[in-house]
Design a protein around this ligand. Structure first.
Ligand code: SD4
Length: 355
């Protein structure tokens, strides 16, 4: 549990530490500064080819094409998400435009890309050579339906396990088909997003998420990250939250909404984390690769964090500097390390096209 006062930036996973560090100088006293800081943090992760779950370094869908999702939120009256971008690298930039220049809260697909074009956002090549190579490897190993082919496709360890910084794994939480070992053990694989919670010196809160979603997902699949209440939620005067991990589970319980609603009903920050993770547990039918990480902040800038299973890390940047934290609560601490196997898949993907 943290008792930090404002201003503060929190990010999901160790790779977000560099992103929130880059954003920190932008965190001034205006709402515009706050949103700029969130955009800068997400852009930083989007641009990093070493981060294989967000933006340019992210892994494509089953067809070999990238699609990016994201969202931004100041309040239940000021938020927007965008999903399925195929030509624009920074979903949070597009989401902010939707929030500020339309009366809508969610745009998707080609029309969202066209919307970004019309507002002068340059289009970009979204797929890094390494990500394309990973997709080709997956395809060449017969990747088509992870449910049946998790072993053949090299997708044994599907749960994201954050190796922290300074390891050979760098920002890679997801390395499908990569059997290489890090110093800490098998190369971690998984799926993750950058979620950022910001609070400025004036006490204004805002949240954002950016992701490439699940690797090799069924084309058109959308997770939690662009949807308010799921990947992020902000309630001025109460608190805010962001969730990461298996989007289908996060959406199934409206995880960020549950966390903030727990605060609204008088629960503590720890209650909010516990309630959210317990709802995941209560879903039942959980598989070895399932993971949910949650960060909850109250309106005074105090926060608490949790992971359903071990392997989640949180980045903090405040007046004391930047650092990584272990979650305050891990609901299933016994589920340590990557799962031995994942006999059930997570993407139920379609066959990839042949050349
Ligand atoms: C999703 N939750 O699309 C997102 C991305 C992710 O941790 O894996 N985040 O499911």
């Amino acid at each position: 549990m943290n008792t930090a006062a404002s201003p503060i930036l929190l990010g999901t996973w160790s790779f977000s530490l560099a992103a929130i560090e880059a954003a920190w100088p932008l965190l001034g006293g205006s709402k515009d500064d706050l949103l700029e800081a969130l955009q800068a943090a997400c852009r930083h992760a989007d641009l990093d080819p070493e981060v294989d779950s967000v933006g340019f370094g992210g892994l494509p869908d089953a067809s070999g094409r990238m699609s990016l999702d994201g969202g931004i939120m100041l309040s239940p009256l000021q938020f927007a998400g965008v999903c399925g971008l195929r030509r624009h690298l920074h979903p949070v930039d597009v989401a902010r435009l939707i929030m500020e220049r339309t009366e809508h809260t969610l745009l998707c697909g080609e029309d969202a890309d066209d919307f970004a074009d019309r507002h002068g956002i340059p289009s970009a090549d979204l797929i890094a050579p390494e990500a394309e190579a990973a997709w080709k490897g997956w395809r060449d190993r017969g990747g088509r339906d992870v449910v049946d082919q998790s072993t053949d496709a090299g997708l044994r360890n599907l749960r994201p396990v954050d190796p922290g910084l300074g390891t050979s794994a760098g920002g890679r939480l997801f390395r499908p088909g990569d059997d290489s070992e890090t110093k800490e053990g098998p190369a971690p694989v998984g799926h993750d997003t950058i979620g950022v919670l910001a609070r400025d010196a004036a006490g204004t809160m805002a949240a954002a998420c950016s992701t490439s979603g699940l690797p090799f997902k069924v084309p058109g699949r959308i997770g939690d990250s662009p949807i308010a209440g799921h990947g992020f939620f902000v309630e001025p005067g109460v608190g805010q939250a962001t969730a990461t991990g298996t989007g289908e589970l996060i959406s199934g319980i409206s995880a960020s909404m549950v966390a903030v609603e727990t605060l609204r009903r008088g629960g503590s920050l720890r209650d909010a984390v516990q309630e959210t993770l317990q709802r995941v547990e209560d879903l039942g039918d959980l598989r070895p690769h399932h993971q949910v990480g949650i960060i909850v902040m109250d309106h005074e800038g105090r926060f608490a964090t949790g992971g359903f299973r071990p392997g989640f890390l949180i980045a903090v940047r405040d007046a004391e500097g930047g650092r990584l934290l272990e979650p305050d609560l891990v609901l299933r601490p016994q589920d340590d390390g990557p799962p031995e196997s994942a006999t059930d898949g997570f993407a139920k993907s379609v066959p990839p096209p042949s050349d």
